[in-house]
Design a protein around this ligand. Structure first.
Ligand SMILES: Nc1ncnc2c1ncn2[C@@H]1O[C@H](COP(=O)(O)OP(=O)(O)OP(=O)(O)O)[C@@H](O)[C@H]1O
Ligand SMILES: [Mg+2]
Length: 310
């Protein structure tokens, strides 16, 4: 839907990202005026959403009739690239990303703005481990152009069934796309695939995705169920809003998060047999490593430790 340039604003002296929208010149004058009015209206609404997990819009304008958006420049990589490079996220990391997406969506929805295009390339993981949702409402900015010129969408892979049908949308379309995004995060695969756009659309409309826990046995059943519920075809069967999804994700985290020694001393109720084993394991490892510092005890011991712990 556009091209992103990394740029510098010399007036404020800050780095920015500029998204130049695709804009067809086949519109007639009245279509163009309608499009521009709508673009500005939507951009103003998106620009009013201010939240640490939402990429801030600084300005919008036109360059030779082509609409552009100036936004906060994020240093980091997209969730898509992160998963492609390093493989699926661990369940607790995915929960963390999901919770922050929910925080961003809650702020947007409270301002009456739907994202409409939550997908792994629109989730930016910052270099300090933060999460920023980008392209808020951009899909809507493009709507007028699509309907006026008959142009088709890009990939619908993360769109909800109601979005594909062109129905009136509500917050639950973003819940669907967040679920599809988390599915990709924990499996490295899209939930709905096909050889062409028609097949992908068909899968979104009629096929149940393979559960994430079947694709990746490391995904706990509770998290797998939450992700599947987001992607129910009937929106009445999904979570009602981003707050409800966030609570469900946090409940998975409570069940699954591995206690660290520091947390164990703060909250002894988390002590279970697994964490005891884990603590014994770490103690033994460090005592073995200490032993290895003594020159006489190297040799066989060193080989055993390297074999098991390197
Ligand atoms: N605010 C930003 N700061 C830094 N990099 C960004 C920012 N916004 C986008 N990018 C980078 O630009 C790339 C292209 O973004 P763009 O939105 O054009 O593509 P997309 O999300 O893959 O697809 P679509 O065109 O459907 O939105 C992103 O993958 C991301 O790496
Ligand atoms: Mg994008």
């Amino acid at each position: 839907m556009g091209t992103v340039f990394l740029a510098h604003d010399p007036v404020i002296d800050r780095d920015v990202a500029v998204k130049l929208m695709t804009f067809t010149r086949t519109m007639n004058v009245s279509e163009r005026r309608k499009y521009i009015e709508r673009f500005l209206r939507e951009a103003r609404a998106a620009g009013r959403v201010s939240h640490p997990n939402v990429v801030q819009i600084f300005d919008v304008g036109f360059y030779e009739d082509i609409p552009y958006i100036v936004m906060e420049r994020v240093r980091g990589i997209t969730l898509h690239d992160q998963v492609r490079r390093l493989g699926p996220l661990a369940p607790e990391e995915a929960v963390d990303v999901g919770v922050r997406i929910c925080d961003a969506l809650e702020a947007a929805h409270a301002s009456g703005v739907l994202h409409r295009d939550v997908k792994p390339t629109n989730v930016l993981i910052t270099s300090d481990g933060g999460v920023k949702l980008v392209d808020l409402s951009i899909a809507k900015l493009q709507d007028a152009e699509i309907t006026d010129t008959g142009e088709t969408w890009g990939s619908p892979a993360y769109m909800s069934p109601e979005q594909i049908k062109g129905d009136e949308l509500d917050a639950r379309t973003d819940i669907f796309s967040t679920g599809a995004t988390l599915y990709f995060a924990v499996t490295g695969e899209r939930p709905f695939t096909g050889a062409n756009v028609a097949e992908v659309v068909n899968a979104i409309m009629y096929r149940k995705p393979v559960p994430p826990s079947s694709r990746n046995p490391g995904v706990p059943q509770s998290l797998s169920d939450v992700i599947l519920r987001c992607m129910e075809k009937d929106r009445d069967n999904r979570f009602d809003d981003a707050g409800a999804l966030k609570r469900a994700l946090l409940a998975c985290a409570e069940r699954k998060r591995l206690p660290t020694p520091a947390r164990l001393s703060e909250a002894p109720e988390y002590l279970d047999s697994f964490s005891r084993t884990w603590m014994i394991f770490t103690e033994k490892t460090s005592s073995l490593r200490r032993t290895l510092k003594e020159p006489r005890k190297r040799g066989l011991m060193r080989r055993i430790v390297d074999y098991f712990f390197s």
